[in-house]
Design a binder for this molecule. Sequence first.
Ligand SMILES: Nc1nc2c(ncn2[C@@H]2O[C@H](COP(=O)(O)OP(=O)(O)OP(=O)(O)O)[C@@H](O)[C@H]2O)c(=O)[nH]1
Length: 388
Amino acid sequence: MVFITKILFFAKSTRIPRQYVKSGFTDSLRLFVKGGAGGNGLPKFGGIGGQGGNISVVAKESITLDDVFKANRSKRIFAKDGKNSSHNFILGPPGDNINIEVPVGVTVYSDEGKKLGELNKEGDQILVAKGGYGGHPKNGFMGKKGQSYSIKLDLKLIADIGLVGFPNAGKSTLLKAISHAKPKIANYPFTTIRPNLGIIMYKDLRQISMADLPGLIEGAHNNRGMGHKFLKHVERTKLLLLVVDINGFQLGPQYDFRSCIDTIVLLNKELEMYNKDLLNKPAMIIINKMDSEGAMETFKSIEDKIKNLSEIFKDYPEEYRPEQALKFEKVLAISAKENVEDIGMVKTKLRKTLDVFAEIQEEGKQEDNSDMFKKMKDDLKERAPLLV
Ligand SMILES: Nc1nc2c(ncn2[C@@H]2O[C@H](COP(=O)(O)OP(=O)(O)OP(=O)(O)O)[C@@H](O)[C@H]2O)c(=O)[nH]1
């Protein structure tokens, strides 16, 4: 009986990561869509033509943009025309509507870049091309053409936590240790070339999703490296989790060495250059590879600086200097690879932080960031320990 309960429990708690992060990763797709034309009316009998079919996009879980492409290789989608009014059908039958199933998380843009809408949960629907009206007395019984547009489907992952960092900092190692994801890990930069999604599971069945994104590099906002292309995926995460290597980072022998604190300032700058609003998101930072020699001394020497980042901006040349500093709710020094206890601690802190922010949001009390952080700290102190 206990065994069966365990199996059922486990089955229930295993949420399968959305397919779109498992296979080939396409995160935007352009389609031409055309609503059906309206059928002609029949003046002799006052008959009205059928309306042309509409085209909508509908959000569906467990589907990828690749699937959408495979189902529509021509990338041209036409709805059926409405039928003409006839002796047999005075009211011409309408053309069938088409619903294009797309992944949850897609934003639809017109060709001119106008946002037509977001599909954030299963079943959300946006009409993208209206069918033409059927012919009737007021339009001379002539059916109208359907709307035709090019639309862009732009996928942004919806994860609770987004990992941000330079290459090789240990993001994938953390994701693997903390969740059931199996990202590729190697001791060279840019091992991660597409987002990976992991689900962090807690004993009480709570689940939190975490997305690991390809590493950013200096100048990412100018399209250096691949990080920028993927930064859009942190826009919808509830919490930014920066991961930096206590030993710093050097892209290659021909590049400057960046110390740990340099990498934090540079990440701050890259996020700001991409989208200033990201700096107002709740954020935590992990200083990783604390098992390295001399790591604790380095950490002690920079801990205060990390907590008051804006005070050291003046030490950086103007092109690297952010205007606004990231505020970290927590600064956690860990070894993602070597210390299992650290992983447990990160798990607990992430959950607490997300919970507190969710509460604050619900109460609608976040007038400004500083108040928000004060409240978070008070709340965190009051909480009882959680099951991890
Ligand atoms: N000593 C030590 N090495 C670590 C630790 N965490 C990760 N590493 C190593 O650092 C290297 C890079 O780790 P990854 O997890 O692939 O780093 P990443 O940030 O995902 O890298 P990209 O895919 O390039 O963005 C690997 O060789 C890891 O084994 C740690 O806590 N201590």
